[in-house]
Design a protein. Sequence first.
Length: 294
Amino acid sequence: MDARTLSLLDDALVRARALLEPQGFLFGTPRLLDEGSWGRYDIAIDPPDGRASKLQVHVNGKGRTSVVPQGPAATAMRVILEGGSTSVMPPRAGAPAPTMRALPLTRAAREATDRPANGPTSGPADGPASGTANGPADGPSTTTGPVGPAIPGEAIVVDCSKFGARLIGPTEWRGMQRNAAGGWVEIFRSARHARGHNNLGEFLAIVDALRRLDTGEHTAREVFSDSRTAISWVTKGIVKTTLDVDGDCDPGFAALVRDARAWITTPACARWRRVVRLWDTPVVGENPADFGRK
């Protein structure tokens, strides 16, 4: 594919994103199909109602581009792309709503964050667990391990999702815990930040879980993450990144990062960081907190 054809595809994709993203349609990483004088992008779309859809961006041999919505949200996307109403889909009714209160923040972080208020706090997943607000129960101190949790309530598993191929993009994270029936349930989810970063989101997910354990909001013996980088930052008490967080990320996300960076240097974090474990995906399977957007 020549540079002109690729440029036409990119321009058409940028226009589509400019129309759809403000309406809550989140874009996955574009997959390029190169057919020489023509080609297309295939993009996974997460619409406001949570029903996975797809967008194809085509360019033909004459340089004409077209955008083709596919899937359950195709009609809604087509209306927006063709300049019709932008109020064609309800809010994310099909996706789990945030149920937990935000991370405890400093006053400066609360003033800077653009995170919306969450709804009523719900209780922890069913099943007893051993950690308490006074500190973790006695147990392994290692930060790695191939064995996933099997006992209801004994572990929290976290993961982060960032949309798009760019370094900065829409980012959110959540925590899951196994209930008495053996299923995984979402016990907290962050707000979605328009300009976040994947590794930092993974870091915030771990800190979010640990702070909930420290306050007694939840109980668990272990906190699992599949991010070696984020685990290292938490367990070593230092975030090593060259990213200009305040300049590149949105104010709310940057405020959470600043606050979490301060918290991992505190005695509270020192009490809890030893319960952080690696979720070893190749050994134990997919992280149950994964958003399934790959």
